[in-house]
Design a protein around this ligand. Structure first.
Ligand SMILES: NC(=O)c1ccc[n+]([C@@H]2O[C@H](COP(=O)([O-])OP(=O)(O)OC[C@H]3O[C@@H](n4cnc5c(N)ncnc54)[C@H](O)[C@@H]3O)[C@@H](O)[C@H]2O)c1
Length: 416
């Protein structure tokens, strides 16, 4: 097995939880295979008049519990395998949160730094056309992920609606407020990470207000997580992104850092701290290491030298299965991705429900619902960990999720 294959890691995580979940053998076998993956070819006109051809994917992993749900990623490292792994993780996440959804994921192989806004719009519209026969409010509902946000969701919603001939807001979530987005969606994933941190600190009997935290990735998830943990009194001592990293032992001014990001496009060069590279950030002596970028941040090499007391997985798949084993041996708890970063899909669900009711809720209502759902999932994970004596929290979370998906398959039966 390759240590850094996201799909092999996702499948190994499922297998590790298998003995702790009451699930039929045949159903488990089915769940190892994504239902379908579509590959689309995406030619667009570049600004200079030339034609460039990109590749995209949409994987629908499982739909036993409801419509497929999952984000769309724009990144040069996107592969079919990665999209399938991410779609699997979405399946376990929606089940752990007890949302009436299955799991999906999409991706386009592109470095968006090379594209103008016009080119990104054309690519987004072409991708939407490519996958439009498999998406829809009752079928599969995309959302933002790495390098996509409200603007891309608006273009997807518009393209889909043009083909349908009427406005279909609930075909995607994470939209701007003006076209049916919900209060609280942009911040939702980071807010969920912060709420999970509250519970984890309570569970491990530690004081979050005294904690030092290092965060890898300062995009949507990393920056909101940093601000909300800073507001709780923790010291965000280091953050990094694709441009570089910054460190300040007394805690970074996260507001000033966000302003710096806004004006320069990255965290590098921030004057409120000294520069630090990614490798050093991952090995800092801190209370919490929070990976909020890509998969495979914590490999065996990193895990062996990691000095954080707790890993809080804001990214999807940031810890390899082999690294998990090292961390378990070293007694470093990992709060798993399918729990920690579920705030985004919870609030996406609330957006979809509001769209279907043609009604909108206020921020307080959305945040209260988010907190309730993620807190319940945290309790259920801890309960499974204690009662089933799983080796770690990830296995406990997977056992709960696998059973829920397995139950849905059981009662629905095997078609035909
Ligand atoms: N956006 C959501 O609602 C959401 C929900 C759940 C999970 N996630 C997961 O959270 C993670 C981050 O997503 P996002 O939405 O914040 O994306 P984003 O595009 O807003 O930000 C990604 C960040 O990671 C940084 N980055 C990329 N490669 C890096 C590297 N090698 N080292 C350090 N930093 C690096 C980028 O510079 C950027 O700051 C992903 O794993 C994503 O799947 C996102």
């Amino acid at each position: 097995m390759s240590e850094t294959s996201p799909l092999e890691n996702m499948l190994a995580q499922m297998s590790a939880a298998r003995p702790y979940a009451d699930i039929d053998d045949g159903v488990f076998e089915r769940l190892k295979h994504p239902e379908r993956t579509l590959k689309v070819t995406l030619p667009i006109h570049r600004d200079d008049g030339s034609i460039e051809v990109y590749e995209g994917y949409r994987c629908q992993f499982d739909s036993a519990r409801g419509p497929y749900k999952g984000g769309v990623r724009y990144h040069q490292s996107v592969t079919r395998e990665e999209v399938e792994a991410l779609a699997g993780w979405m399946t376990w996440k929606t089940a752990l949160m007890d949302l009436p959804y299955g799991g999906a994921k999409g991706g386009v192989v592109v470095d968006t730094r090379d594209l103008s806004d016009r080119e990104i719009e054309h690519l987004t519209r072409r991708y939407t056309e490519g996958i439009r026969r498999m998406i829809g409010p009752a079928m599969d509902v995309p959302a933002p992920d790495i390098n996509t946000g409200p603007q891309e969701m608006a273009w997807m919603m518009d393209t889909y609606s043009m083909y349908e001939g009427y406005v279909v807001p609930d075909v995607v979530t994470g939209k701007p407020l003006s076209i049916g987005g919900t209060a609280g969606r942009v911040e939702a994933t980071g807010r969920g990470v912060a709420i999970t941190a509250d519970h984890a600190f309570e569970y491990f009997e530690r004081d979050l207000t005294e904690a030092t935290i290092a965060i890898q990735g300062f995009g949507n998830v990393g920056s909101v997580t940093a601000r909300l943990l800073d507001e709780r009194g923790a010291d965000i001592v280091a953050v990094s992104d694709i441009t570089g990293g910054v460190y300040n032992a007394d805690g970074l001014d996260t507001g000033a850092l966000e302003a710096h990001l806004e004006s320069t496009g990255g965290v590098a060069g921030f004057e409120g701290g000294r520069s630090i590279d990614n490798d050093d950030l991952l090995r800092l002596d801190v209370d919490v290491l929070c990976p909020a970028a890509l998969e495979n941040a914590i490999t065996v090499d990193v895990a062996e030298e990691l000095r954080a007391d707790l890993v809080l997985e804001a990214a999807n798949g940031p810890t390899t299965v082999a690294a998990d084993e090292v961390l378990r041996e070293r007694d470093v708890p990992v709060v798993p991705d399918i729990l920690t970063n579920a705030g985004g899909v919870i609030v996406s669900y609330l957006e979809w429900v509001q769209n279907s009711q043609q009604y909108s809720w206020d921020l307080e209502g959305v945040n209260a619902d988010l907190e309730r759902r993620i807190s319940t999932a945290f309790e259920e994970t801890i309960e499974a960990f204690a009662e089933r004596e799983t080796p770690d929290l990830r296995t406990a979370a997977y056992a709960v999720a696998l059973e829920r998906v397995g139950d849905a398959h059981g009662v629905r039966g095997l078609f035909p």
